[in-house]
Design a protein around this ligand. Structure first.
Ligand SMILES: Cc1cc2nc3c(=O)[nH]c(=O)nc-3n(C[C@H](O)[C@H](O)[C@H](O)COP(=O)(O)OP(=O)(O)OC[C@H]3O[C@@H](n4cnc5c(N)ncnc54)[C@H](O)[C@@H]3O)c2cc1C
Length: 467
Protein backbone atom coordinates (compact mmCIF):
# COMPACT_ATOMS: atom_id res chain seq x y z
CA UNK A 1 0.00 0.00 0.00
CA UNK A 2 2.78 2.44 0.92
CA UNK A 3 4.65 1.50 -2.22
CA UNK A 4 1.52 2.04 -4.26
CA UNK A 5 0.95 5.53 -2.78
CA UNK A 6 4.54 6.60 -3.51
CA UNK A 7 4.34 5.36 -7.07
CA UNK A 8 1.02 7.11 -7.51
CA UNK A 9 2.43 10.46 -6.38
CA UNK A 10 5.52 10.06 -8.51
CA UNK A 11 3.63 9.17 -11.63
CA UNK A 12 0.47 11.21 -11.11
CA UNK A 13 -1.37 9.45 -13.93
CA UNK A 14 -5.21 9.75 -13.87
CA UNK A 15 -5.98 6.11 -14.72
CA UNK A 16 -3.47 4.96 -12.11
CA UNK A 17 -5.35 7.03 -9.50
CA UNK A 18 -8.49 5.16 -10.45
CA UNK A 19 -6.87 1.74 -10.10
CA UNK A 20 -5.41 2.66 -6.75
CA UNK A 21 -8.80 3.91 -5.51
CA UNK A 22 -10.50 0.67 -6.56
CA UNK A 23 -7.75 -1.26 -4.81
CA UNK A 24 -8.17 0.79 -1.62
CA UNK A 25 -11.91 0.18 -1.63
CA UNK A 26 -11.27 -3.55 -2.04
CA UNK A 27 -8.88 -3.57 0.92
CA UNK A 28 -11.42 -1.75 3.10
CA UNK A 29 -14.15 -4.22 2.11
CA UNK A 30 -11.91 -7.18 2.85
CA UNK A 31 -10.92 -5.70 6.21
CA UNK A 32 -14.56 -5.03 7.09
CA UNK A 33 -15.58 -8.57 6.16
CA UNK A 34 -12.76 -10.13 8.17
CA UNK A 35 -13.27 -7.98 11.27
CA UNK A 36 -17.05 -8.38 11.22
CA UNK A 37 -16.61 -12.14 10.98
CA UNK A 38 -14.48 -12.10 14.12
CA UNK A 39 -16.68 -9.67 15.99
CA UNK A 40 -19.47 -12.26 15.80
CA UNK A 41 -17.35 -14.49 18.02
CA UNK A 42 -18.60 -13.87 21.57
CA UNK A 43 -15.09 -14.22 22.93
CA UNK A 44 -13.59 -11.65 20.68
CA UNK A 45 -16.36 -9.06 20.70
CA UNK A 46 -15.49 -8.03 24.25
CA UNK A 47 -11.83 -7.86 23.40
CA UNK A 48 -12.49 -5.84 20.29
CA UNK A 49 -14.10 -3.13 22.40
CA UNK A 50 -10.86 -2.57 24.28
CA UNK A 51 -12.94 -1.46 27.22
CA UNK A 52 -14.27 -3.02 30.41
CA UNK A 53 -16.06 -6.28 29.86
CA UNK A 54 -18.50 -5.98 32.73
CA UNK A 55 -20.61 -2.88 32.95
CA UNK A 56 -24.05 -1.89 34.17
CA UNK A 57 -26.06 -3.09 37.14
CA UNK A 58 -25.12 -6.50 38.56
CA UNK A 59 -28.15 -8.72 37.84
CA UNK A 60 -30.62 -8.90 40.77
CA UNK A 61 -28.56 -6.41 42.78
CA UNK A 62 -28.72 -2.70 43.41
CA UNK A 63 -25.19 -1.77 42.44
CA UNK A 64 -23.26 -1.60 39.17
CA UNK A 65 -19.98 -3.27 38.28
CA UNK A 66 -18.05 0.00 38.10
CA UNK A 67 -19.16 1.04 41.60
CA UNK A 68 -18.39 -2.39 43.03
CA UNK A 69 -14.92 -2.27 41.49
CA UNK A 70 -14.11 1.21 42.71
CA UNK A 71 -15.50 0.80 46.24
CA UNK A 72 -13.82 -2.57 46.54
CA UNK A 73 -10.45 -1.23 45.44
CA UNK A 74 -10.64 1.92 47.55
CA UNK A 75 -12.33 0.69 50.73
CA UNK A 76 -13.27 -2.96 51.10
CA UNK A 77 -10.23 -4.77 49.80
CA UNK A 78 -7.62 -2.87 51.86
CA UNK A 79 -9.72 -3.05 55.04
CA UNK A 80 -10.54 -6.73 54.69
CA UNK A 81 -6.96 -7.66 53.87
CA UNK A 82 -5.88 -6.16 57.17
CA UNK A 83 -8.83 -7.46 59.15
CA UNK A 84 -8.26 -11.13 58.26
CA UNK A 85 -4.71 -11.00 59.60
CA UNK A 86 -5.84 -10.00 63.11
CA UNK A 87 -5.75 -12.75 65.78
CA UNK A 88 -9.53 -12.73 66.08
CA UNK A 89 -10.18 -13.40 62.40
CA UNK A 90 -7.28 -15.66 61.53
CA UNK A 91 -8.22 -18.69 63.67
CA UNK A 92 -11.04 -20.81 62.38
CA UNK A 93 -12.62 -23.69 64.25
CA UNK A 94 -13.36 -26.58 61.95
CA UNK A 95 -14.16 -30.27 61.90
CA UNK A 96 -11.67 -31.51 59.33
CA UNK A 97 -11.88 -35.25 59.67
CA UNK A 98 -15.36 -36.00 58.62
CA UNK A 99 -16.96 -38.89 56.85
CA UNK A 100 -18.68 -38.19 53.62
CA UNK A 101 -22.38 -38.95 54.21
CA UNK A 102 -22.96 -39.71 50.53
CA UNK A 103 -20.15 -41.96 49.25
CA UNK A 104 -16.78 -43.39 50.39
CA UNK A 105 -13.93 -40.90 50.40
CA UNK A 106 -11.96 -41.14 47.18
CA UNK A 107 -9.49 -38.30 47.66
CA UNK A 108 -7.46 -37.47 44.60
CA UNK A 109 -5.20 -34.85 46.08
CA UNK A 110 -1.77 -34.86 44.50
CA UNK A 111 0.13 -32.25 46.44
CA UNK A 112 1.56 -31.84 49.88
CA UNK A 113 -0.27 -28.50 49.80
CA UNK A 114 -3.50 -30.39 50.13
CA UNK A 115 -3.04 -30.92 53.84
CA UNK A 116 -3.85 -28.40 56.50
CA UNK A 117 -1.40 -27.18 59.08
CA UNK A 118 -3.34 -27.23 62.33
CA UNK A 119 -2.55 -24.88 65.20
CA UNK A 120 -0.56 -26.11 68.15
CA UNK A 121 -2.52 -25.77 71.42
CA UNK A 122 -0.53 -22.79 72.68
CA UNK A 123 -0.97 -20.74 69.55
CA UNK A 124 -4.60 -19.82 69.36
CA UNK A 125 -6.19 -17.38 71.79
CA UNK A 126 -6.96 -18.82 75.21
CA UNK A 127 -10.34 -17.06 75.14
CA UNK A 128 -11.35 -19.07 72.10
CA UNK A 129 -11.05 -22.35 73.99
CA UNK A 130 -13.49 -21.46 76.72
CA UNK A 131 -17.22 -21.56 76.23
CA UNK A 132 -18.47 -18.02 76.53
CA UNK A 133 -19.31 -16.84 80.02
CA UNK A 134 -21.43 -14.12 78.61
CA UNK A 135 -23.50 -16.23 76.28
CA UNK A 136 -27.00 -15.31 77.26
CA UNK A 137 -29.80 -16.63 75.16
CA UNK A 138 -33.21 -15.05 75.65
CA UNK A 139 -34.31 -18.11 77.67
CA UNK A 140 -31.33 -17.69 79.99
CA UNK A 141 -32.36 -14.13 80.69
CA UNK A 142 -35.73 -15.32 81.97
CA UNK A 143 -34.06 -17.92 84.19
CA UNK A 144 -31.83 -15.32 85.74
CA UNK A 145 -34.75 -13.27 86.88
CA UNK A 146 -35.54 -15.95 89.51
CA UNK A 147 -32.24 -15.57 91.34
CA UNK A 148 -30.89 -12.10 90.72
CA UNK A 149 -28.64 -12.09 93.76
CA UNK A 150 -26.65 -15.05 92.44
CA UNK A 151 -25.70 -13.75 89.09
CA UNK A 152 -24.45 -10.61 87.55
CA UNK A 153 -26.71 -9.43 84.82
CA UNK A 154 -24.38 -8.70 81.99
CA UNK A 155 -27.03 -7.93 79.47
CA UNK A 156 -26.93 -4.50 77.95
CA UNK A 157 -30.36 -3.90 76.58
CA UNK A 158 -29.26 -1.16 74.25
CA UNK A 159 -26.79 -3.48 72.64
CA UNK A 160 -27.61 -6.04 70.02
CA UNK A 161 -24.68 -8.16 71.09
CA UNK A 162 -24.90 -10.40 74.15
CA UNK A 163 -21.58 -12.21 74.01
CA UNK A 164 -20.44 -15.10 71.88
CA UNK A 165 -22.66 -18.10 72.16
CA UNK A 166 -22.60 -21.62 70.80
CA UNK A 167 -25.52 -21.84 68.41
CA UNK A 168 -26.16 -24.17 65.55
CA UNK A 169 -26.53 -22.58 62.13
CA UNK A 170 -29.82 -23.85 60.63
CA UNK A 171 -28.40 -23.52 57.11
CA UNK A 172 -25.43 -25.89 57.59
CA UNK A 173 -25.02 -29.62 58.11
CA UNK A 174 -22.37 -29.51 60.87
CA UNK A 175 -23.49 -29.08 64.45
CA UNK A 176 -21.53 -25.96 65.35
CA UNK A 177 -22.14 -26.50 69.05
CA UNK A 178 -20.33 -29.84 69.07
CA UNK A 179 -16.70 -29.07 69.83
CA UNK A 180 -15.54 -32.65 70.23
CA UNK A 181 -13.92 -33.06 66.83
CA UNK A 182 -13.16 -29.43 66.17
CA UNK A 183 -9.68 -28.17 65.63
CA UNK A 184 -8.34 -24.63 65.30
CA UNK A 185 -6.58 -23.65 62.11
CA UNK A 186 -4.52 -20.56 61.39
CA UNK A 187 -5.90 -19.45 58.04
CA UNK A 188 -2.83 -17.38 57.21
CA UNK A 189 -0.75 -20.55 57.20
CA UNK A 190 -3.20 -22.32 54.94
CA UNK A 191 -3.92 -20.07 51.97
CA UNK A 192 -6.57 -21.06 49.50
CA UNK A 193 -4.62 -21.92 46.37
CA UNK A 194 -3.94 -24.61 43.79
CA UNK A 195 -3.68 -28.02 45.46
CA UNK A 196 -3.82 -30.39 42.51
CA UNK A 197 -7.24 -31.64 43.61
CA UNK A 198 -9.15 -32.37 40.42
CA UNK A 199 -10.52 -35.19 38.31
CA UNK A 200 -13.57 -37.34 39.06
CA UNK A 201 -13.53 -36.71 42.84
CA UNK A 202 -13.71 -32.92 42.53
CA UNK A 203 -16.05 -33.14 39.56
CA UNK A 204 -18.44 -35.40 41.48
CA UNK A 205 -18.81 -32.81 44.21
CA UNK A 206 -19.50 -29.92 41.90
CA UNK A 207 -21.89 -32.11 39.87
CA UNK A 208 -23.75 -33.09 43.05
CA UNK A 209 -23.87 -29.47 44.21
CA UNK A 210 -25.34 -28.27 40.93
CA UNK A 211 -27.48 -31.16 39.76
CA UNK A 212 -28.94 -32.33 43.04
CA UNK A 213 -29.23 -29.11 44.95
CA UNK A 214 -29.42 -26.08 42.74
CA UNK A 215 -29.97 -26.99 39.10
CA UNK A 216 -29.09 -24.13 36.81
CA UNK A 217 -32.13 -22.01 36.32
CA UNK A 218 -33.54 -21.32 32.92
CA UNK A 219 -34.65 -17.74 32.79
CA UNK A 220 -38.30 -17.38 33.73
CA UNK A 221 -38.71 -21.03 34.70
CA UNK A 222 -37.52 -20.89 38.26
CA UNK A 223 -38.44 -18.78 41.22
CA UNK A 224 -36.19 -15.95 42.33
CA UNK A 225 -35.22 -17.68 45.58
CA UNK A 226 -33.86 -20.78 43.82
CA UNK A 227 -32.06 -18.55 41.40
CA UNK A 228 -30.39 -16.88 44.39
CA UNK A 229 -29.13 -20.24 45.67
CA UNK A 230 -27.72 -21.18 42.27
CA UNK A 231 -26.03 -17.80 41.87
CA UNK A 232 -24.48 -17.94 45.34
CA UNK A 233 -22.94 -21.35 44.65
CA UNK A 234 -21.82 -20.39 41.16
CA UNK A 235 -20.29 -17.16 42.51
CA UNK A 236 -18.43 -19.11 45.18
CA UNK A 237 -17.25 -21.59 42.53
CA UNK A 238 -15.91 -18.68 40.42
CA UNK A 239 -14.09 -17.32 43.44
CA UNK A 240 -12.50 -20.69 44.24
CA UNK A 241 -11.38 -21.08 40.62
CA UNK A 242 -9.93 -17.54 40.62
CA UNK A 243 -7.95 -18.31 43.77
CA UNK A 244 -6.63 -21.53 42.25
CA UNK A 245 -5.53 -19.63 39.15
CA UNK A 246 -4.07 -16.69 41.02
CA UNK A 247 -1.89 -18.84 43.27
CA UNK A 248 -0.93 -21.67 40.95
CA UNK A 249 2.00 -24.08 40.95
CA UNK A 250 3.55 -22.97 37.69
CA UNK A 251 6.61 -25.21 37.89
CA UNK A 252 6.49 -28.14 40.31
CA UNK A 253 10.21 -28.96 39.96
CA UNK A 254 11.21 -25.41 40.90
CA UNK A 255 8.33 -24.97 43.35
CA UNK A 256 7.42 -21.83 41.45
CA UNK A 257 4.04 -20.31 42.30
CA UNK A 258 2.28 -17.48 40.52
CA UNK A 259 -0.70 -16.36 38.47
CA UNK A 260 -2.01 -18.61 35.74
CA UNK A 261 -3.90 -16.15 33.55
CA UNK A 262 -4.88 -18.71 30.95
CA UNK A 263 -6.53 -20.85 33.61
CA UNK A 264 -8.32 -17.83 35.06
CA UNK A 265 -9.64 -17.00 31.62
CA UNK A 266 -10.58 -20.60 30.77
CA UNK A 267 -12.32 -21.32 34.06
CA UNK A 268 -14.06 -18.03 34.76
CA UNK A 269 -13.49 -14.93 32.68
CA UNK A 270 -14.78 -16.33 29.43
CA UNK A 271 -18.14 -17.01 31.07
CA UNK A 272 -19.75 -13.62 31.76
CA UNK A 273 -22.49 -15.25 33.84
CA UNK A 274 -19.93 -16.89 36.14
CA UNK A 275 -18.30 -13.47 36.62
CA UNK A 276 -21.72 -11.89 37.18
CA UNK A 277 -22.47 -14.53 39.82
CA UNK A 278 -19.20 -13.72 41.59
CA UNK A 279 -20.24 -10.06 41.84
CA UNK A 280 -23.73 -11.12 42.94
CA UNK A 281 -22.33 -13.29 45.75
CA UNK A 282 -19.99 -10.50 46.82
CA UNK A 283 -22.88 -8.02 47.07
CA UNK A 284 -25.10 -10.55 48.84
CA UNK A 285 -22.49 -11.23 51.52
CA UNK A 286 -21.69 -7.52 51.79
CA UNK A 287 -25.39 -6.83 52.39
CA UNK A 288 -25.44 -9.47 55.15
CA UNK A 289 -22.41 -7.89 56.85
CA UNK A 290 -23.88 -4.40 56.70
CA UNK A 291 -27.31 -5.63 57.83
CA UNK A 292 -25.69 -7.17 60.92
CA UNK A 293 -23.72 -4.02 61.61
CA UNK A 294 -25.25 -3.25 65.03
CA UNK A 295 -24.41 -6.74 66.16
CA UNK A 296 -20.92 -6.73 64.63
CA UNK A 297 -20.17 -3.28 66.04
CA UNK A 298 -21.02 -4.40 69.58
CA UNK A 299 -19.31 -7.78 69.35
CA UNK A 300 -16.29 -8.62 71.47
CA UNK A 301 -13.14 -9.19 69.51
CA UNK A 302 -11.15 -10.33 72.54
CA UNK A 303 -8.20 -12.60 72.04
CA UNK A 304 -6.20 -11.48 75.03
CA UNK A 305 -4.00 -9.22 72.92
CA UNK A 306 -5.25 -5.75 73.82
CA UNK A 307 -3.59 -3.76 71.05
CA UNK A 308 -4.51 -6.20 68.34
CA UNK A 309 -8.07 -6.42 69.63
CA UNK A 310 -8.45 -2.65 69.57
CA UNK A 311 -7.19 -2.63 66.00
CA UNK A 312 -9.71 -5.34 65.08
CA UNK A 313 -12.55 -3.35 66.62
CA UNK A 314 -11.47 -0.24 64.77
CA UNK A 315 -11.18 -2.04 61.42
CA UNK A 316 -14.62 -3.60 61.88
CA UNK A 317 -16.04 -0.13 62.60
CA UNK A 318 -14.36 1.33 59.52
CA UNK A 319 -15.79 -1.49 57.42
CA UNK A 320 -19.33 -1.14 58.72
CA UNK A 321 -19.60 2.62 58.76
CA UNK A 322 -17.49 3.66 55.80
CA UNK A 323 -19.13 6.76 54.27
CA UNK A 324 -17.79 6.02 50.80
CA UNK A 325 -19.31 2.55 50.89
CA UNK A 326 -22.60 3.84 52.26
CA UNK A 327 -22.81 6.51 49.59
CA UNK A 328 -21.75 4.31 46.69
CA UNK A 329 -23.74 1.19 47.42
CA UNK A 330 -26.22 1.75 50.29
CA UNK A 331 -28.23 -1.42 49.62
CA UNK A 332 -26.02 -3.95 47.82
CA UNK A 333 -28.84 -6.54 47.66
CA UNK A 334 -32.52 -6.18 48.52
CA UNK A 335 -33.54 -9.30 50.40
CA UNK A 336 -36.99 -7.89 51.20
CA UNK A 337 -38.15 -8.86 47.70
CA UNK A 338 -37.82 -12.55 48.48
CA UNK A 339 -40.17 -15.05 50.16
CA UNK A 340 -43.12 -12.81 49.44
CA UNK A 341 -45.45 -15.37 47.88
CA UNK A 342 -47.86 -17.64 49.76
CA UNK A 343 -45.42 -20.53 49.60
CA UNK A 344 -42.64 -18.38 51.11
CA UNK A 345 -42.10 -20.31 54.39
CA UNK A 346 -42.28 -23.68 52.63
CA UNK A 347 -39.86 -22.53 49.97
CA UNK A 348 -37.48 -21.23 52.59
CA UNK A 349 -37.44 -24.62 54.29
CA UNK A 350 -36.84 -26.37 51.00
CA UNK A 351 -33.93 -24.09 50.09
CA UNK A 352 -32.51 -24.36 53.60
CA UNK A 353 -32.52 -28.15 53.20
CA UNK A 354 -30.78 -27.88 49.84
CA UNK A 355 -28.13 -25.59 51.29
CA UNK A 356 -27.62 -28.00 54.20
CA UNK A 357 -27.02 -30.78 51.67
CA UNK A 358 -24.46 -28.60 49.92
CA UNK A 359 -22.72 -28.00 53.23
CA UNK A 360 -22.73 -31.76 53.94
CA UNK A 361 -21.05 -32.34 50.57
CA UNK A 362 -18.05 -30.41 51.86
CA UNK A 363 -17.23 -33.50 53.96
CA UNK A 364 -16.73 -35.43 50.73
CA UNK A 365 -13.90 -33.22 49.47
CA UNK A 366 -10.84 -35.45 49.22
CA UNK A 367 -8.34 -32.67 49.85
CA UNK A 368 -8.00 -31.31 53.34
CA UNK A 369 -7.13 -27.75 52.47
CA UNK A 370 -9.92 -27.53 49.90
CA UNK A 371 -12.25 -28.94 52.57
CA UNK A 372 -11.10 -26.30 55.05
CA UNK A 373 -11.86 -23.44 52.66
CA UNK A 374 -14.96 -25.15 51.32
CA UNK A 375 -16.33 -25.50 54.86
CA UNK A 376 -15.34 -21.98 55.86
CA UNK A 377 -16.93 -20.38 52.83
CA UNK A 378 -20.09 -22.46 53.00
CA UNK A 379 -20.43 -21.52 56.68
CA UNK A 380 -19.86 -17.90 55.63
CA UNK A 381 -22.64 -18.18 53.05
CA UNK A 382 -24.85 -19.96 55.60
CA UNK A 383 -24.23 -17.08 58.00
CA UNK A 384 -25.16 -14.54 55.32
CA UNK A 385 -28.34 -16.52 54.62
CA UNK A 386 -29.08 -16.67 58.34
CA UNK A 387 -28.65 -12.91 58.71
CA UNK A 388 -30.73 -12.04 55.68
CA UNK A 389 -33.43 -14.68 55.85
CA UNK A 390 -33.67 -16.21 59.28
CA UNK A 391 -34.06 -12.94 61.11
CA UNK A 392 -36.49 -10.60 59.52
CA UNK A 393 -36.55 -7.33 61.40
CA UNK A 394 -39.84 -6.25 59.88
CA UNK A 395 -42.17 -9.22 60.15
CA UNK A 396 -40.71 -10.98 63.18
CA UNK A 397 -39.34 -8.18 65.31
CA UNK A 398 -39.11 -10.44 68.36
CA UNK A 399 -36.43 -12.55 66.67
CA UNK A 400 -33.00 -11.27 67.53
CA UNK A 401 -29.85 -12.10 65.71
CA UNK A 402 -27.49 -14.51 67.46
CA UNK A 403 -24.22 -15.32 65.81
CA UNK A 404 -21.43 -17.46 67.04
CA UNK A 405 -17.83 -16.31 66.86
CA UNK A 406 -16.94 -18.86 64.19
CA UNK A 407 -19.79 -17.65 61.98
CA UNK A 408 -18.50 -14.09 62.08
CA UNK A 409 -14.97 -15.31 61.33
CA UNK A 410 -16.28 -17.32 58.36
CA UNK A 411 -18.43 -14.43 57.13
CA UNK A 412 -15.59 -11.90 57.10
CA UNK A 413 -13.08 -14.33 55.62
CA UNK A 414 -15.58 -15.21 52.89
CA UNK A 415 -16.15 -11.52 52.14
CA UNK A 416 -12.39 -11.08 51.89
CA UNK A 417 -12.05 -14.03 49.48
CA UNK A 418 -14.81 -12.59 47.28
CA UNK A 419 -13.27 -9.14 47.46
CA UNK A 420 -9.92 -10.57 46.31
CA UNK A 421 -11.62 -12.34 43.43
CA UNK A 422 -13.43 -9.18 42.36
CA UNK A 423 -10.09 -7.37 42.44
CA UNK A 424 -8.48 -10.04 40.25
CA UNK A 425 -11.31 -9.65 37.75
CA UNK A 426 -11.02 -5.88 37.92
CA UNK A 427 -7.38 -6.24 36.94
CA UNK A 428 -8.78 -7.81 33.81
CA UNK A 429 -7.32 -5.42 31.21
CA UNK A 430 -3.89 -6.96 31.49
CA UNK A 431 -5.42 -10.42 31.13
CA UNK A 432 -7.69 -9.15 28.40
CA UNK A 433 -4.73 -7.81 26.49
CA UNK A 434 -3.07 -11.20 26.70
CA UNK A 435 -6.22 -12.87 25.44
CA UNK A 436 -6.58 -10.24 22.75
CA UNK A 437 -3.24 -11.30 21.37
CA UNK A 438 -4.29 -14.94 21.44
CA UNK A 439 -7.70 -14.27 19.96
CA UNK A 440 -6.39 -11.94 17.31
CA UNK A 441 -3.85 -14.47 16.09
CA UNK A 442 -6.18 -16.04 13.52
CA UNK A 443 -7.45 -12.55 12.64
CA UNK A 444 -3.90 -11.36 12.11
CA UNK A 445 -3.15 -14.43 10.03
CA UNK A 446 -6.22 -13.92 7.90
CA UNK A 447 -5.51 -10.22 7.38
CA UNK A 448 -1.91 -10.92 6.51
CA UNK A 449 -2.91 -13.58 3.98
CA UNK A 450 -5.43 -11.14 2.46
CA UNK A 451 -2.72 -8.51 2.51
CA UNK A 452 -0.38 -10.85 0.64
CA UNK A 453 -3.10 -11.48 -1.98
CA UNK A 454 -3.73 -7.75 -2.28
CA UNK A 455 -0.02 -6.95 -2.49
CA UNK A 456 0.39 -9.54 -5.25
CA UNK A 457 -2.59 -8.08 -7.15
CA UNK A 458 -1.43 -4.51 -6.48
CA UNK A 459 2.07 -5.30 -7.64
CA UNK A 460 0.85 -6.86 -10.85
CA UNK A 461 -1.33 -3.74 -11.44
CA UNK A 462 1.61 -1.48 -10.77
CA UNK A 463 3.74 -3.46 -13.14
CA UNK A 464 1.04 -3.10 -15.78
CA UNK A 465 0.83 0.65 -15.11
CA UNK A 466 4.57 1.05 -15.36
CA UNK A 467 4.68 -0.62 -18.75
C1 LIG B 1 -15.73 -26.92 47.53
C2 LIG B 1 -14.50 -27.15 46.70
C3 LIG B 1 -13.35 -26.46 47.03
C4 LIG B 1 -12.20 -26.64 46.26
N1 LIG B 1 -11.07 -25.96 46.59
C5 LIG B 1 -9.96 -26.14 45.85
C6 LIG B 1 -8.75 -25.47 46.21
O1 LIG B 1 -8.67 -24.75 47.21
N2 LIG B 1 -7.66 -25.70 45.43
C7 LIG B 1 -7.69 -26.53 44.33
O2 LIG B 1 -6.68 -26.66 43.64
N3 LIG B 1 -8.84 -27.16 43.98
C8 LIG B 1 -9.95 -26.99 44.70
N4 LIG B 1 -11.10 -27.64 44.35
C9 LIG B 1 -11.15 -28.33 43.05
C10 LIG B 1 -11.51 -27.31 41.93
O3 LIG B 1 -12.65 -26.55 42.28
C11 LIG B 1 -11.81 -27.98 40.58
O4 LIG B 1 -12.81 -28.94 40.75
C12 LIG B 1 -10.59 -28.63 39.96
O5 LIG B 1 -9.57 -27.69 39.84
C13 LIG B 1 -10.92 -29.19 38.54
O6 LIG B 1 -11.41 -28.14 37.73
P1 LIG B 1 -12.23 -28.35 36.39
O7 LIG B 1 -11.55 -27.63 35.28
O8 LIG B 1 -12.49 -29.80 36.16
O9 LIG B 1 -13.61 -27.58 36.60
P2 LIG B 1 -14.42 -27.42 37.93
O10 LIG B 1 -14.04 -26.16 38.59
O11 LIG B 1 -14.34 -28.68 38.71
O12 LIG B 1 -15.92 -27.23 37.37
C14 LIG B 1 -16.76 -28.36 37.01
C15 LIG B 1 -17.86 -27.87 36.10
O13 LIG B 1 -18.71 -26.97 36.77
C16 LIG B 1 -19.15 -25.93 35.90
N5 LIG B 1 -18.70 -24.63 36.45
C17 LIG B 1 -17.42 -24.21 36.64
N6 LIG B 1 -17.40 -23.00 37.21
C18 LIG B 1 -18.70 -22.63 37.37
C19 LIG B 1 -19.32 -21.48 37.89
N7 LIG B 1 -18.63 -20.46 38.39
N8 LIG B 1 -20.67 -21.42 37.87
C20 LIG B 1 -21.41 -22.44 37.38
N9 LIG B 1 -20.86 -23.58 36.88
C21 LIG B 1 -19.53 -23.66 36.88
C22 LIG B 1 -18.53 -26.20 34.55
O14 LIG B 1 -19.48 -26.91 33.77
C23 LIG B 1 -17.36 -27.08 34.88
O15 LIG B 1 -17.02 -27.93 33.84
C24 LIG B 1 -12.23 -27.52 45.13
C25 LIG B 1 -13.40 -28.24 44.84
C26 LIG B 1 -14.51 -28.08 45.63
C27 LIG B 1 -15.74 -28.88 45.31
Amino acid sequence: MVEAEVSKKERGGKSRWGWTAIGAVLVVLVAISVTSKYSKNPNSCHCAQDSRKFTGVVEDCCCDYETVDSVNAAVLHPLLQELVTTPFFRYFKVKLWCDCPFWPDDGMCKLRDCSVCECPEYEFPELFKKPSLYGLLSDDLKCQEGKPEATVDRTLDTKAFRGWIEVDNPWTHDDETDNSEMTYVNLLLNPERYTGYSGPSARRIWDAVYSENCPQYISGEICQEKKVLYKLISGLHSSISIHIASDYLLDEAKNLWGKNHDLMYDRVLRYPDHVGNLYFTFLFVLRAVTKAKDYMEQAEYDTGNHDEDLKTQSLVHQLLYNPKLQAACPLPFDEAKLWQGQSGPELKQQIQKQFRNISALMDCIGCEKCRLWGKLQVLGLGTALKILFSVDGRSQSNQTLQLQRNEVIALINLLNRLSESVKFVQELPSIEKKMEVLLSEPLAQEISSWRRVWEAVGLSWLKKLQL
